[in-house]
Design a protein around this ligand. Structure first.
Ligand SMILES: [Zn+2]
Length: 374
């Protein structure tokens, strides 16, 4: 059986819903078509020429990258002009390219959470909360005795997940009434007679990206011909996703020790530090990539240090003037760990769905910056 780009995107939408992306960003399917066939998916941070040729060599039909291969407006699609050449090569080789960028940064379990975990931070929360996750309450009326089956189907499709708990529902018994009319084929009762049935009102919550799937799963196992169910939009405050993270070190340590730890944990030989002083570090704010816009958030959240990929000179200066230490590790080393995580999560999802799609991390990825000199 052939699998399509559309099916892979559905899984990616679960991992990093595209509605979380910043407005200026360019995420989603950037090259290729939804019905293109996919047998192998290659995951990478950036789409480069090496990456495209690796995909060709390994027979990958789809690339999933963190940074978008198309960002600036394309005015032509020439094979001899920088970025355009990459898009041209992808199209010519029939490789679809999908991007999850700021949505993957923000999402719970995304770039910044992976970075926080790498640094061993605890009590991790988003630094700048994004409240765009849309939640719905779904209520369904089920004849008594069938509620477990319906609940399992809905939970299996992603309803009722709160934190680390699944199958979160509320159930109450009551009486349902209905009168089957002409032309019906009722599960219970007879045409033209008012029926009273013991029913369970089951309610649970579901995120917007899973709503359709949950309704479909519920309808498939519900015994009634006409299922009574309601869907309500919710206005609950969700503090799960957002740019940057703030968390605590297991033990406080001197800045010097913290810098050594960062180098070890992130596999770099040195970092840039602004606002250096002999201070104890316990609360750490982080942001993978370019995190300059979060400096004041990091400071007002009580972090003693803000660690990011890269900062402009004057951003680092402003942070130091606030009295907060900033550490710039390099863009690539703060984001690269998401690649293996994505491979792992995609493979797990494909296995659960019984999709025979191979997923692997690109081998030709490398930091554009190389350490040279003495
Ligand atoms: Zn980045």
């Amino acid at each position: 059986m052939g699998y399509t780009v559309r099916q892979v995107i559905k899984v990616m939408e679960e991992i990093a819903p595209s509605y979380l992306a910043e407005e200026w960003d360019n995420v989603g399917l950037l090259v290729g078509g939804l019905e293109d066939e996919v047998r192998k998916v290659m995951v990478c941070l950036d789409v480069t020429e090496d990456i495209v040729y690796e995909a060709v060599r390994k027979g990958a039909n789809m690339l999933i990258s963190h940074h978008p291969v198309i960002f600036e407006k394309l005015r032509s699609l020439r094979s001899d002009v920088g970025r355009e050449r990459l898009v041209y090569l992808l199209a010519r080789n029939g490789i679809a390219a999908y991007c999850a960028h700021t949505n993957l940064d923000k999402v719970s379990g995304g770039v910044d959470d992976v970075l926080a975990a790498r640094l061993g931070l605890q009590d991790v929360k988003p630094l700048s909360v994004d409240q765009r996750e849309r939640l719905y309450k779904i209520v369904v009326f089920i004849p008594k005795g069938h509620e477990d089956r319906v609940m399992d189907a809905m939970a299996g499709a992603g309803a009722g997940w709160i934190g680390n708990y699944s199958h979160c529902t509320f159930q109450i018994n009551g009486t349902g009434t209905f009168m089957p009319l002409e032309g019906t084929n009722p599960y219970i009762g007879q045409q033209g007679r008012l029926e009273r049935v013991e029913e369970v009102r089951l309610e649970t919550i579901v995120s917007a990206n899973r709503l359709d799937r949950v309704i479909k799963a519920m309808l498939e196992v519900h015994p009634y011909e006409e299922v009574a169910y309601d869907v309500y939009p919710l206005a609950n405050r969700i503090e799960k996703h957002g740019l940057g993270r703030i968390g605590k070190l297991q033990h406080s340590m001197l800045l010097k020790e913290f810098v050594d730890k960062v180098c070890n944990d992130l596999g770099v030989s040195n970092v840039q530090v602004a606002g250096w002083r002999d201070t104890e570090i316990q609360t750490v704010a982080i942001c993978g990539g370019a995190g300059g816009s979060l400096i004041s958030k990091a400071y007002s959240s009580g972090a003693q240090v803000f660690l990011t990929g890269e900062l402009k000179y004057h951003e680092a200066q402003a942070a130091a003037e606030l009295g907060m230490v900033v550490i710039a590790v390099g863009h690539y080393p703060t984001e690269v760990f998401i690649v293996q995580e994505l491979v792992y999560r995609l493979q797990k999802a494909f296995d659960a769905l019984k999709y025979e799609i191979e997923v692997f991390a690109a081998e030709t990825m490398s930091d554009i910056y190389k350490k040279v000199g003495r």
